[in-house]
Design a protein around this ligand. Sequence first.
Ligand code: HEC
Length: 142
Amino acid sequence: MLPATASVAALRVFAAVLALTLVSAGVALVAAAAVVPVQQPDAEVIEQGKMLYADQCASCHGMEGKGDGPAARFLAEEVPDLSTAEWKYAEDGSVAALAAVIKAGIDDSPMTPFEGTLSDEEINAVATYVVHVLRSKADTGG
Ligand code: HEC
């Protein structure tokens, strides 16, 4: 058996080691959190998407995405309201699904492919704008 003082010392060492272990585990957790991709898209991407949308999409889909752009009434086909519509082509309504529709276009429709007109990066930006700005305005009623 160790004398009482020795076991107190041993306990202190143990406590110190335990504290250090917890601290380094904490540091590891913080480091792991830092590499998790951010959910909110970059403000620059949104801004780029907004400009591209105004240029390339608003004539038909309208500035707020409501399907009421100045060209809409000249089209035989109804222009969908991007801010509220149930997606017919854009599957789950994700940025990736919208980007795929925008890139490939829709057959026999005024919604022509944007591949060649816009780069993949630009298509991604405009899809991000629709999903995160036009869509979320409608979702929150604001
Ligand atoms: C010339 C008019 C016109 C322009 C310009 C246009 N669209 Fe469209 N878009 C349409 C029409 C019409 C449809 C519906 C086609 C159909 O239902 O067959 C459509 C469909 C879509 C859909 C599919 C909606 C669904 O229900 O899944 C998305 C997404 C979309 N457009 C996004 C865009 C974006 C983003 C741009 C700009 C890069 C754009 N459109 C430019 C006319 C246009």
